[in-house]
Design a protein around this ligand. Structure first.
Ligand SMILES: Cc1cc2nc3c(=O)[nH]c(=O)nc-3n(C[C@H](O)[C@H](O)[C@H](O)COP(=O)(O)OP(=O)(O)OC[C@H]3O[C@@H](n4cnc5c(N)ncnc54)[C@H](O)[C@@H]3O)c2cc1C
Length: 379
């Protein structure tokens, strides 16, 4: 067994760090205060091939889950909010087209998505349906060689900046629960769509947007994958994006830990550095150890995916553990900064909030436990 990170991934990480140093870090303060990520950033990511690459008619969205985990950990360490916006573009917007799209859809949409010129998001959650995906009520009714969409998607990351959205809707209301839904690719400039950017306190500067559909016509060729397979397709999408969001959560924990450690080494209280109090020294040792354990679980799950093995249980276990640690370490780091930590523009302020949010994407902690339990019972 070899735990060393392959040389090509080490090189990629160094190049990614240097890219972020030039294209992200100088702008982060502005993006946090405007609570928006300019589209140009996605084009820059695309030009540098961080969103995937195209060769002739072949498109590669994710080279390896392991490489992606390492890059997302680093990006989220700097900004979990920017990392989630990039994750949505790659894993929730582009990946379903790659996995389920027709050849025509792939050739039409993937190249511009990979270049960061077309932005995509995924709208599934509704007011009355989150974890229970099958109970969504948005309707898709056949109409003039196409479909009419009606309903509201309550929480859509990148919904304000995207050009296209993958939308789940009930196309076959009389069918069995697992074959009622279909997935559609919708042009967000279509007549009948309204967007409302929500005021949120997590994952700044990404946007969270409500998308409402009032008799929105989409042509027949907007159907993604098979009619009636929307539930399976959206669950498969979450299954593969669970790994990058776990890496993102790991980066959130690492970012918080590094801030806390720095503070503990520098801040003097009662004539000593915080780190010189044994109670705090033990907390530092404890968090460092648990973050490393989480990283090993993320790496193992990614390795399983890259080897073509079933990684469902590993990914859920990794997410469950990483979210727990990120939540604890986020609050711990904020505590070390005392009153300063509650200021919105303080660098540590975002971590506890972003760690909280990371439990919601790709299944809550309870949903992860359900998946883990079901897999245990299967084995
Ligand atoms: C910042 C942010 C970004 C988001 N981005 C997107 C996006 O881009 N696209 C999108 O479609 N959605 C998005 N969501 C929505 C997200 O996917 C849902 O919030 C999530 O699926 C949980 O659904 P819910 O909020 O309806 O909670 P619910 O499903 O109502 O869950 C409420 C509580 O019940 C628990 N619970 C659920 N099922 C069980 C069970 N079987 N057993 C025990 N307990 C259970 C949950 O763990 C939770 O504690 C986003 C949410 C946030 C906060």
């Amino acid at each position: 067994m070899d735990f060393a990170v392959p040389e090509n991934i080490v090189t990629d990480l160094e190049q990614f760090k240097s890219f972020l140093n030039g294209h992200l870090e100088p702008h982060l303060n502005t993006w946090y205060s405007t609570e928006a990520i300019p589209r140009e950033f996605f084009r820059e990511l695309g030009r540098a091939e961080w969103l995937g690459f195209s060769q002739e008619k072949e498109h590669v969205v994710e080279q390896s889950a392991f490489r992606q985990a390492i890059l997302f950990e680093h990006l989220a360490k700097l900004s979990p909010g920017v990392a989630v916006a990039v994750l949505v573009q790659i894993s929730l917007g582009t990946a379903p087209l790659f996995l389920f799209g027709s050849e025509g859809q792939k050739q039409t949409y993937l190249p511009a998505a990979i270049r960061g010129e077309t932005l995509l998001c995924l709208g599934n959650t509704e007011h009355k349906a989150g974890s229970d995906v099958a109970s969504i009520s948005m309707r898709a009714e056949e109409h003039d060689s196409g479909w009419l969409l009606n309903g509201t998607k309550a929480y859509v990351t990148n919904g304000a900046i995207s050009d296209l959205a993958l939308i789940t809707a009930v196309s076959d209301p009389e069918a069995a629960r697992n074959s009622r839904l279909s997935m559609f690719l919708v042009d967000l400039s279509s007549k009948g769509i309204s967007r409302r950017k929500l005021k949120k306190r997590v994952w700044i500067p990404s946007d969270l947007t409500r998308l409402s559909f009032d008799n929105v016509f989409v042509p027949e060729e907007s159907l993604v994958g098979e009619r009636g397979r929307g539930l399976q397709q959206v669950l498969a999408t979450f299954n593969q994006s669970r790994l990058p969001i776990t890496a993102l959560t790991l980066g959130t924990a690492v970012g918080a830990f590094e801030q806390g450690l720095d503070r503990a080494k520098k801040r003097e209280i009662f004539g000593r550095k915080i780190a010189d109090f044994q109670a705090k020294a033990f907390e530092i040792a404890d968090f460092f150890t648990r973050i490393e354990a989480a990283r090993l679980m993320v790496w193992k799950a990614s390795w399983s995916k890259d080897e073509g093995k079933d990684f469902r249980m590993e990914a859920s276990m990794a997410k469950y553990l990483t979210v727990q640690i990120a939540r604890e370490v986020g609050l711990w780091a904020a505590d070390l900064f005392g009153a300063a930590s509650v200021m919105q523009d303080h660098p540590v302020h975002k971590y506890p909030m972003d760690a909280w949010a990371s439990s919601l994407g790709e299944g809550t902690q309870d949903v992860q436990k359900l998946i883990i339990f079901r897999e245990i019972m299967k084995k």
